[in-house]
Write a protein that binds this ligand. Sequence first.
Ligand code: FE
Length: 196
Amino acid sequence: MATHRSPRQLTEPEIRIKALEELLVGKGLIDSKAVDAMIDLYENKVGPRNGAKVVARAWSDPDYKAWLLKDGSAAIAEFGFGGAEGENMIVLENTEKVHNMVVCTLCSCYPWPVLGLPPVWYKDAPYRSRAVIDPRGVLKDFGLELDDDVEVRVWDSSAEVRYLVLPRRPEGTGGMSEEELAELVTRDGMIGVVAV
Ligand code: FE
């Protein structure tokens, strides 16, 4: 079993940041809504755009895709993405018969360099336990219903290994450029809770 960081204890920097935020909000120097907007920006917009570029390249270039699946960290580093919380990346390819989804059952291990900050639901106990017990139920809640003959594989992230799901390229996107393809890729698709 791979190790994770302690699930419930806040780290020293986290405690300091929390205290600082409360102080600044309390003094009216910052607005907690502005802080939330900032977090949303990194959760949903800035961070996952990196992963989307990787996915779009893999959809466009079979050689790159083969490399990505064989050595995720090196192929991702080609874009300059890497470092903390993403040193050892494994990329999981969704196919007609296999759907991959990623969880961290113990805490919130997440591939920061390609996806940014983990969403709140990813860190919450219901997702962390249900993803393992009832993955199809979780997918259904996210709006994804898979045929019975599709195998669902659930991957448990750890401090050592982080996963990125390579979604299936949508039908009818043959003429699209890499940039256009990247626009189709969502954060949740790369966690594997939706199709793309
Ligand atoms: Fe973890």
